[in-house]
Design a protein around this ligand. Sequence first.
Ligand SMILES: NC(=O)c1ccc[n+]([C@@H]2O[C@H](COP(=O)([O-])OP(=O)(O)OC[C@H]3O[C@@H](n4cnc5c(N)ncnc54)[C@H](O)[C@@H]3O)[C@@H](O)[C@H]2O)c1
Length: 442
Amino acid sequence: MKEKKTSVYLELKKKIKSKEAVITVVGLGYVGLPIALEFVKKGFTVNGFDLDARRVKKLSRGVSYINDIPSREVAKIKKTGKFHVTKNEKVLSSSDVIIICVPTPLRKVKEPDISFILAASRTLRRNLRGGQIIILESTTYPGTTREVILPSLEKSGLKQDKDFYLAFSPERIDPGNLKYDFTNIPKVIGAFSKRGTELGKLVYSNVIKKVVGVESPEAAEVTKLLENTFRIVNIGLVNEFARLCHKLGIDVWEVIEAAKTKPFGFMPFYPGPGIGGHCIPADPMYLSWKARKVGFETKMIDLAAKVNRDVPAHIVERAGELLKARGKKLKGSKIFVLGVTYKKDVNDLRESPALEVIEALKKKKVELRYYDPYIPYLDTAGIKEKATRLTKTMLKKQDLVLIITDHTDVDYKMISRESDLIFDTRDVMKRNKIESKHVVKL
Ligand SMILES: NC(=O)c1ccc[n+]([C@@H]2O[C@H](COP(=O)([O-])OP(=O)(O)OC[C@H]3O[C@@H](n4cnc5c(N)ncnc54)[C@H](O)[C@@H]3O)[C@@H](O)[C@H]2O)c1
């Protein structure tokens, strides 16, 4: 028995070190695709396994669907002959390293939806042959790796730490971030044994500068949740501060800039139109759900989530007040929403607060148009709208320009010149050094 354990470990170690290890990334989204490409760049043979036929087809033709990754990069990597994209699960059985990057959304009732992880584990079980290391990267509640994936894989008859290794390593990628990408953000990994963690560290050290080992998968799972809880709480705090400062007639952005000059004990977070994306609104809910299971109430998370959830409605209310001050009503007013993705310079609409704002404005019978350089057509959450071109004539006709997302590639000077009233929820005008009496800040 001991001999087999040693041989699986040594064999894998040898294969990873020599780059003979075949890597399969399960789920080629915002997280999985950059990882897959990076391993190919470092000389590994990589399979990209995804169930989405359209994504598989695009990648096979060398076309990217993620705006941080240009198509020419995918095409170049495809030409190496070392990146195989497929819907066929059989690639899993010929892989040595399997990295799972499937979605972990929330159900309508704000509870974890780990159905994608469950499906991926079943597929994996059918193709488990032993001698492999499996690493889950999808953000999830503590205990998922041990309580959900491990039993599912062991139903194959193979045993963890003897026939295969299993670890959890959270992904910290920040789409649109030009300074930090997948390769220079330190990575945390925790397996069930020192050897498992060591093998995982060995895998990632090929593509990431610093890899940090922790004692267990749970420690790695919670690390990610602490990071994103820290963010949701601080964003909630600063969103509350923004509303208070508005009542007091103080510019919250100026206050944050001033507070930022303190060299310790303060970290700036910025208010906005609400939280969005796949991570911040969802991840802390995974933790609070697990906390409830063990009889613990996560008061900070729940309160921050509520404060942040209320922001889009507050934006609509403020828009109504601004129009009222000019003798207009929301009903029938022409409002132009600028930026609809959940954050700047990405093409990701998931959980974007803009959708909630648009929905609420439509209910108020606003004459609504939008522009977003990344979203030519909006077809989500019951909203079907084509983007309107950003022209002087069109801007002049609007009662209000509502800046929701502060994309870089937008002519803010022209917007400021041609618009009568701008409600800037991101302070992007000031950052572009535009001073105008037409601009009202959050
Ligand atoms: N997007 C981010 O910025 C980010 C950052 C850090 C962590 N995460 C976490 O990483 C995970 C993945 O997020 P993402 O943004 O890449 O998601 P995504 O939706 O962009 O991509 C997931 C991919 O997985 C595929 N998929 C789903 N089920 C599958 C299955 N059973 N087998 C094979 N493929 C399957 C989907 O078709 C899709 O292409 C989530 O848990 C998320 O919370 C995301």
